[in-house]
Write a protein that binds this ligand. Structure first.
Ligand code: DAK
Length: 259
């Protein structure tokens, strides 16, 4: 597939780098970027079982993504906007449902749809110069790509409401304190930290990791406990657990198989 405004690169260690490539527009999310994300997390991922993790970033050091492309909005009617919002939600859900770790390496602005994209990733590594926020109310809009739900899950109800209603931005260190970012690192270091975390996760049982991702994403109020028990039951008799438990008992390092 020919991609526009997004670059995919598979590294030798089988980490896929997904880079939004519109630095002049602060990597704002236009249709071409959504097409690229849909392809990366769908067709490309399915065709590459060797992948151990995916890192999403923005080109340049100024922005991860400064939001949905506001200039594309002006021509939309209500029906088209609803369809656009639904498509974005589904693509972000596809990112969240990925069975290997997906990390957002956030340098610079991560605003509106850009913050929603970062929140759809499993982990977020923020630069000290990162700026997170949901400024949609400045435009008379609300977040349309799952932001009202995921922000609440990460920072709690009261802080999420404050950020949504005031449009305040928070820096990397505060995002880390709030639980919005997992780590806050020096500018330019988000990619290295993301790679380090993926390498660490790649030494663990891949099915167990996939099952952690699956159960932990089940929203509160749905039966995550039931699914956890079901997957725990399935894992205890798996070859992967046999290897992990045998390695522990034999005092050796586990050698998990990857597909
Ligand atoms: N969209 C399009 N272009 C953008 C952009 C964006 N979100 N953000 C920045 N740009 C463009 C600027 O227009 C400018 O382009 P030129 O004028 O050079 O052609 C270029 O990027 C550089 O931006 P600035 O000159 O403004 O750079 P500064 O450093 O001065 O300011 C800034 C950086 C991030 C503070 C500023 O650019 C800014 O405030 N940007 C807008 C941030 C924002 O409001 N983001 C939220 C967008 S709304 C929905 C679906 C989704 C959503 C809602 C509903 N439905 C379908 C219902 C989500 C909405 C959003 O994400």
């Amino acid at each position: 597939m020919e991609l526009k405004d997004i670059i995919l690169e598979q590294r030798e260690d089988h980490i896929l780098l997904v880079s939004i490539n519109r630095p002049k527009a602060l990597n704002a999310l236009n249709r071409a970027v959504f097409d690229g994300l849909e392809y990366a997390f769908g067709e490309y991922r399915n065709a590459h079982p060797e992948l151990i993790g995916i890192i999403v970033s923005g080109s340049g050091d100024k922005a991860f993504a400064a939001g949905a492309d506001i200039k594309e909005f002006s021509s939309l009617n209500a029906e088209e906007a609803t369809a656009l919002s639904r498509r974005g939600q589904l693509i972000f859900q596809q990112i969240e449902d990925t069975d290997i770790p997906v990390i957002a390496a956030v340098e610079g602005f991560s605003l509106g749809g850009g913050c929603e994209l970062a929140m759809a990733c499993h982990l977020r590594i923020a630069s000290e110069k990162a700026k997170f926020g949901q400024p949609e109310v400045n435009l008379g809009l609300i977040p349309g790509y799952g932001g009202t739900q995921r922000l609440k899950r990460l920072v709690g109800h009261a802080k999420a409401l404050e950020l949504l209603m005031t449009a305040d931005m928070v820096g990397g260190a505060e995002a880390r304190q709030l639980g919005l970012a997992n780590h806050c690192v020096a500018p330019g270091e988000t990619m290295n930290k993301s790679i380090e975390i993926i390498h660490k996760i790649a030494t663990k049982g891949p099915i167990a990791v996939a099952n952690c991702l699956k159960t932990a994403q089940i929203p509160f109020g749905q039966d995550g406990y039931l699914e956890e028990a079901r997957l725990f039951g399935a894992s205890i008799v798996s070859d992967e657990a046999k290897e992990g438990i045998d390695a522990f008992v034999s005092k050796r390092k586990a050698a998990f198989k990857r597909s």
